[in-house]
Design a protein around this ligand. Structure first.
Ligand code: S3P
Length: 428
């Protein structure tokens, strides 16, 4: 995939469904009684992996024309899968589903692609084992493949060393089956989609500060879920709208949950003008249409409690920082090292190739903006967020930017390049 400098972008984008919420809707719908209908479900490879895993455990899930219909098996109705559960590239599927599997009356094996087999799983193995689960990293390296033997679970209070919605959600899902109230305290609040959707499906959940608690459930009730657009996907168009000259974009149906909206707060701190229209509530999640225009940006410092609210957007924020006057410092973001790729190293390596002034630090990066970028060959490391970030950088760089492994965008945004091309054609 090759990108060249453009003089303008123009048009409207309707953002596809949120990845985190789509995963959770499949899981809760599968454990619920009755029918769950999910509209605007994200048809990305990660969410399709979640569907396939729950189908393998005997759940009837029909996926037709952007509407997913689940006939739930109830909390105790999952069946032992005949083979291994293949999570593909999806960390969310692995960690959240493990919380559910920890409580079933069967054992099974969970595995995924080469990237999944390098991602840390002790962060869920430790708390789930404290609850009484039996989980083995088959290669004894703290990664998948995992062999999970379901057990009767005890409730725990867990002080999580990381602000991670996947860790929190894994424990809370196991907590549905525990013998008392299960709670998780995080250093900073991470995305709260599990807690919101628990309430929506009738589970007794509370949140106080950075602690989320769940009572054991007797049943979940099937629901109609309308999935808001994914702010993590919108982020690429927000960035493009700000840094491509002569641009105005309307980005429709964006989830603006305050535990996910850090990108908007950072853009505003950098001097962007973004207007919100048509604010709504979709199945308990706030959404809005965003209008973004070319803006003069300046550097900023990002760290602490805002980091979990924009963790997946840091690659595109690094691109924005290259087009901002002055220095941007990103700190407290060590988690970037254990995403689909080591996103600190991969951003620094590829942006350096394009001529950016960027330095890796132990917990983030420092970018001195304002230096013109030139095209380069970008190794995406098959990380969807890296590929999409450099597609946007390529629109503002001299010469050609070639992205290797570009098809990996299918993980979270299947038609990303077509969406972008429409805006490029409209801008001509
Ligand atoms: C997710 C949580 C985040 C995020 C991931 C999706 C979720 O991961 O990076 O893309 O759906 O819960 P961590 O919990 O590891 O921070």
């Amino acid at each position: 995939m090759i990108f060249k400098k453009v003089n303008a972008l123009k048009g409207e984008v309707i953002i596809p469904g949120d990845k985190s919420i789509s995963h959770r809707a499949i899981m809760l719908g599968s454990l619920a009684e009755g029918t769950t209908e999910i509209s605007n479900f994200l048809q990305g490879a990660d969410c399709l992996s979640t569907i396939a895993c729950f189908q393998q455990m005997g759940v009837s899930i029909e996926n037709k024309k952007n509407m997913v219909t689940i006939k739930g098996n109830g909390l105790h109705g999952l069946k032992k899968p005949s083979g291994l559960l293949d999570v593909g590239n999806s960390g969310t599927t692995t960690r959240l589903m493990s919380g559910i599997l920890a409580a079933q009356n069967f054992s099974c094996t969970v595995n995924g692609d080469a990237s999944i087999q390098k991602r840390p799983m002790n962060r869920i193995i430790t708390p789930l084992s404290q609850m009484g689960a039996e989980i083995k990293s088959i290669k004894e390296n703290g990664c998948a493949p995992l062999e999970i033997t379901g057990k009767p679970l005890h409730s725990i209070h867990y002080d999580s060393p990381v602000a991670s919605a996947q860790v929190k959600s894994s424990i809370l899902l196991a907590g549905l089956y525990a013998d008392g109230v299960t709670s998780v305290t995080e250093p900073y609040i991470s995305r709260n989609h599990t807690e919101l959707m628990f309430r929506y499906f009738g589970v007794d959940t509370t949140t106080e500060g950075t602690t989320a608690s769940v009572k054991p459930a007797t049943k979940l009730i099937g629901q109609k879920v309308m999935v808001p657009g994914d702010i993590s996907s919108a982020a690429y168009f927000i960035a493009a709208g700000l840094i491509v000259p002569n641009t105005e974009l309307v980005i429709k149906n964006v989830g603006i949950n305050p535990t996910r909206d850090g990108i908007l707060r950072v853009c505003e701190a950098m001097g962007a003008t973004i207007t919100y229209e048509n604010k709504q509530d979709l199945s308990g999640e706030p959404t809005a249409d965003l209008v973004v225009r070319t803006s003069n940006l300046h550097g900023t410092t990002i760290g602490g409690s805002i980091i979990p609210t924009l963790i997946d957007e840091i690659p595109i924020i690094a691109i924005l920082a290259c087009f901002a006057e002055g220095t941007t410092i990103i700190k407290d973001a060590q988690e970037l090292k254990v995403k689909e790729s080591n996103r600190i190293d991969v951003m620094v390596e590829n942006l350096s190739k394009m001529g950016a002034d960027i330095t890796a630090t132990d917990d983030g990066m420092i970018i001195n903006g304002g230096k013109a970028l030139h095209g380069a060959t970008i190794d995406s490391k098959l990380d969807h967020r890296i590929a999409m970030s450099f597609a946007i950088a390529g629109l503002c760089a001299e010469g050609e930017t070639k992205i290797e492994g570009a098809e990996c965008v299918n993980i979270s945004f299947p038609n990303f390049y077509q969406y972008l091309d429409t805006l490029i054609q409209n801008g001509k």
